[in-house]
Ligand binder design. Sequence first.
Ligand code: FES
Ligand SMILES: [Fe+2]
Length: 391
Amino acid sequence: MPDLNATGDTASLSSVDTASATDVRTPPVAVWQVLEKLKGDTLKEWRLAEPVGRPMIEERNLDLPYPFGWYMACFSGELAEGEVKPLRYFDRDLVLWRGEDGVVRMVDAYCRHLGANMGHGGRVRGNLLECPFHAWRYEADGSVAEIPYAKTIPPQVRKPCDPQWPVVERSRAVWFWYHPQGVGPLWEVEELAECTSPDWTPYEHHEWYVWGSLQNMAENGVDAAHFQFIHGTADFPDYKLTSEGHRRTGVVNAPMDTPWGKVDGQIAYGTVGPGQSWTRFSGIAETLLVAGVTPVAKDKVHVRFAFTQLRAEKDGERASVARGLIKNLCRQLDQDKVVWDRQRYITDPVICDGDGPIPAFRRYYAQFYAEWHDPEAGPAKVASLNMARKR
Ligand code: FES
Ligand SMILES: [Fe+2]
């Protein structure tokens, strides 16, 4: 256990402190105290480290189906022309490449010939992906276009793969479409104007692995009561939420104390599907947060935050406030992660007044489970979604 009375900076942290912060048997309050002292690379390591002592996925009721939608694969700047990148999401090995035409494509990583993982050692040939083992070359739909040493391409591999992995680039990130039954994209990824405006700064990136439920994480935004107890905010947020189809938006008025007095801050939140969300902060320091949450496994979610801010403020007299806002938002994610890493998914929670619009959120979110609409789906999976159905 960490010494809860310890003071000082990162240098005084012992390996016992950092080890206890990545053990889910350490109480959250003790982890939050260790986090107060973590900085720089040590903090980054904690955000990505695999916690030990986690109960089984089934015990935490995390064996839910994956919801369909667009999910972030990487930021655009992380994949150059001619580059190949191995990925692991949705319990699968995948491979992403950018052709000479600048277009990004994605297929399952295992070659249809003899199973080499093309994410490791695969090369881009024109716009095709070439396997490192015998140089079979793939189109974006997973069909084989060329085999340099064969006279004919076997007809089985001339056909596209199942599943397909549609890919788009929006808001300076690469997004791919996931649907468990192979249904194609049902909506567009949001393009946010700030991301390509010269008046806004380049992205500042932060990332985490959260060892918990994708749905629990999404619910956090409407969980009004936790803001006081986990993030220490003075008031419960005053929400105005709307949802329409796949899209959900919300506005929260947030009076904030600043060096120039009380400011009427506003937080405007948007999400389309389970994988993409964005938040605009105004009043204190104009900031856009683009967030991507992509499941790696049933109990592991890759979270990415990208911040862009108005250049005039970021480089001007409000620079420290602008920096402080980003730090504070990342800190809130750190605080929530400590709970999420230990949390169970409750199918049918008891909700009281003051809890925020959690039932409405669950009704909205249930639409992204294909199994919910599928009578062939196993009863256990459907039962786990009953909460959303009943309300
Ligand atoms: S395993 Fe990929 S070309 Fe043979
Ligand atoms: Fe939170």
